[in-house]
Design a binder for this molecule. Structure first.
Ligand SMILES: O=P(O)(O)OP(=O)(O)OP(=O)(O)OC[C@H]1O[C@@H](n2cnc3c(O)ncnc32)[C@H](O)[C@@H]1O
Ligand SMILES: [Mg+2]
Length: 171
């Protein structure tokens, strides 16, 4: 099966390769058609779906995967959130949300100034492209759950639904 992931982010691509070790995985740049820093569940989910559909359309008949990171407020606290989507044509769209953890106040303040989380994390860790590696979730969980691990889980949640509903022909 051809698997297309709508991102060239290393953590996202590695997560897809981990879930589909025997398939041909191709990574392409796609437009999420949401802001570069989504700020709600709705916007982050939309970004994941748009990327999944664009990936499928790049190669019809494939499994298109979209993964999106974002933030949201819960009771004045800013959380890191994640969504994923798999699109396999027609009505075959499956979504799943990923882990969410609160971000420290000093990070939230910078986000409110309009900065992107990826840039803030690089500044904070004095490393480059942390979003391609451990990610914010890796940093703030002491590397127990890295960005790749988290996205792996999201992909499995969406792919499991694809298998379950696909086999039952419930569409
Ligand atoms: O190339 P793409 O696929 O766009 O990969 P990305 O790293 O930009 O990832 P997203 O667009 O899904 O994430 C939206 C923004 O949130 C940032 N972000 C999300 N999760 C993050 C994490 O765990 N660590 C660091 N930055 C993160 C990211 O850098 C973007 O600024
Ligand atoms: Mg991005």
């Amino acid at each position: 099966m051809d698997i297309i992931i709508g991102s060239t982010n290393k953590a996202k691509v590695a997560a897809v390769s981990e879930v589909f070790p025997s398939d041909k995985v191709e990574s392409i740049k796609t437009e999420s058609n949401v802001s570069s820093q989504p700020i709600s569940d709705l916007e982050t989910k939309k970004g994941a779906i748009n990327r999944a559909i664009a990936s499928y359309e790049y190669k019809p008949g494939s499994l298109g995967i979209g993964l999106e990171g974002g933030i949201m407020e819960i009771e004045k606290q800013t959380f890191l959130i994640n969504w994923g989507a798999i699109y396999a044509g027609e009505k075959k769209l499956f979504v799943a949300s990923g882990a969410r953890i609160p971000l420290p106040e000093f990070i939230a303040e910078k986000l409110h100034e309009g900065k992107e989380l990826g840039d803030i994390m690089d500044e904070f860790t004095k490393e480059k492209n942390i979003r391609h590696h451990a990610g914010a979730i890796g940093i703030f969980t002491n590397n127990i759950v890295k960005r790749k691990d988290m996205f792996e889980h999201v992909i499995k949640l969406a792919y499991g639904q694809y298998l379950f509903y696909g086999q039952k022909d419930l569409f």
